[in-house]
Design a protein around this ligand. Structure first.
Ligand SMILES: NC(=O)c1ccc[n+]([C@@H]2O[C@H](COP(=O)([O-])OP(=O)(O)OC[C@H]3O[C@@H](n4cnc5c(N)ncnc54)[C@H](O)[C@@H]3O)[C@@H](O)[C@H]2O)c1
Length: 257
């Protein structure tokens, strides 16, 4: 839909790779101007260059979402550099291998800062839409995560931190949807199943690992990054004008069991 997001301005965190890159590119294709923000500045610049090459409007910046002031600054910079901010995607995340504090810091506090500063800014500008990238791990605990077929040692803490952070993102989504419901700010979450991105490459590049992940999805496969981008483009568009506070699984049926 070439003009569904015409005139919109979006900040996408974690836009230097994987799902963030796919969403940034899709929003630009649909007509939005996109600020690509990532702790990996080079990755963010690559995404912005891909958008520009395709004829879209974009900019790039370094952002560490664990720094609340920096998140506020990135929202303000997007607004001043690209025009009136109307879309925020809190996507930056890590897989849990780094343990409790870093995982909660990036996956949960990072989303909280984007919501706390972003929802108010959008409200001050008459409204907008926020999408948080949670996970099926925000709806259910993970199975097999401590005993992967790749021979990794059991790491229950890794799964616990990731699951806790993503359940927290679903909770924040619901609370901010209620808090800002009457100020025309819609807040939703997407709960992806396993998707082919650099985050899952350690598993998917090993045949046994890929087969294990496929077996978790009733559709018998993993997802592609553009399947998450499609859902995000819908949720931030006017087609979703009466949808707020949902945690939408985009997961090939993973959470239906
Ligand atoms: N890939 C999957 O199967 C899957 C499934 C469910 C949810 N998710 C979630 O989707 C989101 C994107 O993951 P992905 O699969 O694209 O992974 P990815 O590793 O490809 O991309 C994550 C991006 O976030 C950036 N990032 C990490 N820490 C940051 C920080 N402190 N500040 C700013 N940027 C930071 C990284 O540099 C990277 O560019 C994450 O929140 C992840 O938990 C992924």
């Amino acid at each position: 839909m070439a003009d569904r997001l015409e005139g919109r301005v979006a900040l996408v965190t974690g836009a230097g790779s994987g799902l963030g890159r796919a969403m940034a590119r899709r929003f630009a294709t649909d007509g939005a101007a996109v600020m690509c923000a990532d702790i990996n500045e080079e990755g963010a610049q690559d995404t912005a260059a891909q958008i520009a090459e395709a004829g879209g409007r974009s900019s790039a910046m370094r952002l560490d979402v664990t720094d609340g002031d920096a998140v506020k600054g990135s929202l303000e910079r997007t607004d001043s550099e690209l025009g009136g901010l109307s879309i925020v995607v809190n996507n930056a995340g890590i897989g849990g291998a780094m343990g409790w504090d870093p995982t909660i810091g990036v996956n949960l506090s990072g989303v909280y800062y984007g919501l706390a500063h972003g929802a108010q800014m959008l409200a001050d500008r008459g409204g907008g839409a926020i999408v948080n990238i949670a996970s099926v791990a925000g709806l259910n605990a993970l199975v097999g995560s401590g005993q992967t077929p790749t021979g990794e040692p059991p790491a229950p803490d890794r799964a616990a931190a990731y699951v806790a952070s993503k359940h927290g993102v679903v909770g924040l989504t619901r609370q901010f949807a209620i808090n800002f419901g009457q100020q025309n700010v819609r807040v939703n979450a997407i709960c992806p199943g396993y998707i082919y991105t650099p985050m899952t490459a350690g598993m998917t590049e090993i045949p046994e690992g890929e087969a294990f992940l496929q077996s978790l999805h009733p559709m018998g496969r993993l997802g592609q990054d553009d399947e998450i981008a499609s859902a995000a483009a819908f949720l931030v568009s006017d087609d979703a004008s009466f949808i707020t506070g949902v945690a939408l699984p985009v997961d090939g049926g993973y959470s239906a069991r």
